[in-house]
Design a protein around this ligand. Structure first.
Ligand SMILES: [Zn+2]
Length: 351
């Protein structure tokens, strides 16, 4: 546990659900944990006791990436954790592959409806179409314009265009929209949708006042800070400002809310965590501003300022996205000026 985590409380201690099993975190709310084939090696998924159109069953929140190991683990859950009841709906917090990957399979397997924000639904459908949607040449050109322009990296990023469709081979052909402020009746309880920006196009977290629970998705994580990146499809976005404004929406929730995060363990101390995330990014912004006072910096120059450990190319592209997000926050704020040099690279200097 790191120093900041000590300021939070993990009511379940070190307990983790076994693969193929689940742990009850509140009446009718069960925690599933699945392995991911990444550095971030697991995701939390949730089972909510439900009833739709007079049929008792369960709602699922988030799906894991599409691969045989995850399907097998789901089958084990279906066989042992559902008390003989069906899955009635599939709720997806946002369109990242670890969350939406198996939605097509789950919805088909159970004839269940997908619930997701309209924005994330459409972006995911586009991504699943194939290699021309995200990444590839557009991503390589974008990152090159921010200084990641050595020919080797550019070639490797261009070749990586199949990343999304590999993990999300399909998206259900129909969905039901969730939007900020919508109330979902899930079993005996009401859950309110809270939109969040800066991590995914339109992330939906779910709050249940009666149970004192927040399904935080990736917008509220206890240990790691949420990835906040600028991507090629929206090259001038102010993702960090959007993220910080979004997490402030959770300030109005009760202080003893139990947050169910997509990665890490259920925790209380929501308001403390919001403060920690603001402090974390404030500090990073200070470092970026200091670097840009010393000289005009591209995002590639900022990567080693923000990330001191060695990064492989995949991690470097994430680090680039985060670096651009921090530069943009200061640029939109008027603290940095942006100029494009003759080499086509954007550099930022203290205004
Ligand atoms: Zn995510």
């Amino acid at each position: 546990m790191n120093e900041l985590e000590r300021q939070l409380h993990y009511p379940m201690g070190d307990a983790l659900p076994e693969p193929g099993s689940s742990l009850e975190v509140a009446p009718g709310v069960r925690w599933i944990r699945m392995a991911l084939p990444f550095v971030l090696n697991h995701i939390n998924l949730w089972l909510l006791r439900d009833e739709i159109d007079g049929r008792p069953g369960w709602s699922i929140v988030d799906c894991c990436v599409s691969r045989e190991e995850s399907k097998a683990q789901w089958e084990q859950v279906f066989a042992t954790q559902l008390q003989g009841l069906p899955i009635l709906r599939v709720i997806v917090t946002h369109m990242h592959p670890d969350h939406i990957g198996l939605a097509y399979w789950l919805c088909e397997r159970w004839n269940a409806r997908l619930w997701i924000s309209a924005t994330d639904y459409n972006v995911a459908r586009l991504g699943a179409l194939g290699p021309t949607a995200f990444g590839g040449d557009a991503a390589a050109n974008f990152l090159a314009s921010h200084g990641l322009n050595d020919p080797d990296s550019v070639a490797q990023i261009k070749a990586r265009a199949t990343y999304f469709p590999k993990l999300v081979p399909a998206v259900p052909a129909q969905y039901r929209r969730m939007a900020d402020g919508d109330v979902l009746c899930i079993g005996a309880h009401r859950w309110t949708c809270i939109s969040g920006y800066g991590h995914a196009p339109e992330h939906i977290a779910l709050h249940c006042a009666e149970l004192g629970l927040l399904i935080g998705g990736d917008m509220m994580l206890p240990r790691i800070s949420t990835n906040v990146s600028v991507y090629e499809v929206e090259p001038e976005s102010n993702a960090l400002r959007q993220f910080l404004d979004s997490i402030d929406k959770f300030k109005s929730l009760p202080g003893d809310t139990l947050t169910l995060p997509s990665h890490g363990k259920p925790f209380t101390g929501l308001h403390v965590r919001i403060g920690q995330l603001h402090a974390h990014h404030r500090e990073r912004l200070g470092e970026v501003l200091a670097a840009c006072r010393a000289k005009a910096c591209s995002a590639a120059d900022i990567v080693p300022v923000l990330f001191t450990r060695a990064l492989d190319l995949h991690q470097t592209t994430f680090a680039m996205g985060e670096s651009i997000a921090h530069l943009h926050a200061l640029w939109f704020d008027g603290q940095l000026r942006r100029a494009q040099s003759a080499d086509g690279v954007y550099r930022f200097q203290a205004a």
